[in-house]
Design a binder for this molecule. Structure first.
Ligand SMILES: Nc1ncnc2c1ncn2[C@@H]1O[C@H](COP(=O)(O)OP(=O)(O)OP(=O)(O)O)[C@@H](O)[C@H]1O
Ligand SMILES: [Mg+2]
Length: 224
């Protein structure tokens, strides 16, 4: 039987220092995200969605509390171990402008130890899935904001993660493309079995997920 991992947060706090004071953004959140399910995190701008996503991805440390994948604290992972477990498409992803579209995606596989040829082959498969197969040799500077998001998504999926986290992935995309990309991500989830956590301002996108959560006043509230 396939082993399942939950991504769990326990009593999570995050404060940001500001002059002599600090801003409390997350105020003691406890939640368990199952690998089998998909989650949407909503909430007004500035409520801490990106802050929470960075903590879940292990890219920032909490002021207090624990983020764990299975029984392991995410803080104990090396950068490479973390990248193999939890893929994160940040709100404004950076691509390497000296590399072509296909090379940007394949690099994630090469950095994880796969051969360059295998990485390129797999990257082509993913590029096709995100609907950009004709753009493989484009310079990333020639892409629109939404196309760059799709390349970043393909890059994140190169390592077959246990969890995929996306922070406003479809924020720059038109309505139809947003829905198409999210349906594609959900199809891949079914096929590969990764847990999915997205942040979004779009209610229709949020309702495609199994659970809808709202971040408000530093707490995460499950919608009925
Ligand atoms: N590195 C930082 N230093 C100081 N304050 C920060 C930092 N990062 C975020 N904040 C503050 O934390 C709060 C939450 O920011 P965050 O980016 O998580 O919000 P968000 O919900 O993702 O907003 P949006 O919907 O606009 O993306 C904001 O008040 C922001 O100013
Ligand atoms: Mg944000």
């Amino acid at each position: 039987m396939k082993q399942s991992f939950d991504l769990t947060i326990h009593n999570l706090y995050k404060n940001f220092a500001q002059k002599k004071d600090f801003i409390p953004v997350l105020k003691g959140i406890t939640y368990s995200f199952c690998q089998e399910k998909s989650y949407a995190i909503m909430g007004a701008s500035g409520t801490g969605k990106s802050t929470l996503m960075h903590l879940l991805a292990g890219l920032d440390s909490p002021s207090d509390g624990i983020v764990a994948l299975g029984d392991e604290s995410v803080a104990k992972y090396s950068t490479q171990q973390r990248a193999q477990q939890i893929a994160f498409v940040v709100q404004s992803p950076t691509l390497i402008k000296e590399l072509s579209v296909i090379e940007n995606i394949a690099l994630a596989g090469a950095l994880a130890g796969q051969s360059w040829d295998k990485s390129l082959e797999y990257a082509r498969n993913l590029l096709d899935k995100v609907g950009l197969s004709d753009f493989d040799n484009y310079n990333v500077g020639q892409l629109s904001g939404g196309q760059k998001q799709r390349v970043a998504l393909a890059r994140a999926l190169m390592q077959k993660p246990k969890f995929l986290l996306t922070d406003e992935l479809t924020g720059n995309l038109d309505h139809q493309t947003s829905l198409a990309i999210m349906h594609f991500v959900l199809e891949l989830k079914k096929e590969w079995g990764f847990g999915l956590i997205i942040s979004t301002h779009n209610y229709e996108i949020a309702t495609l997920m199994d659970e809808q959560l709202v971040l408000k006043d530093g707490l995460l509230i499950k919608q009925s």
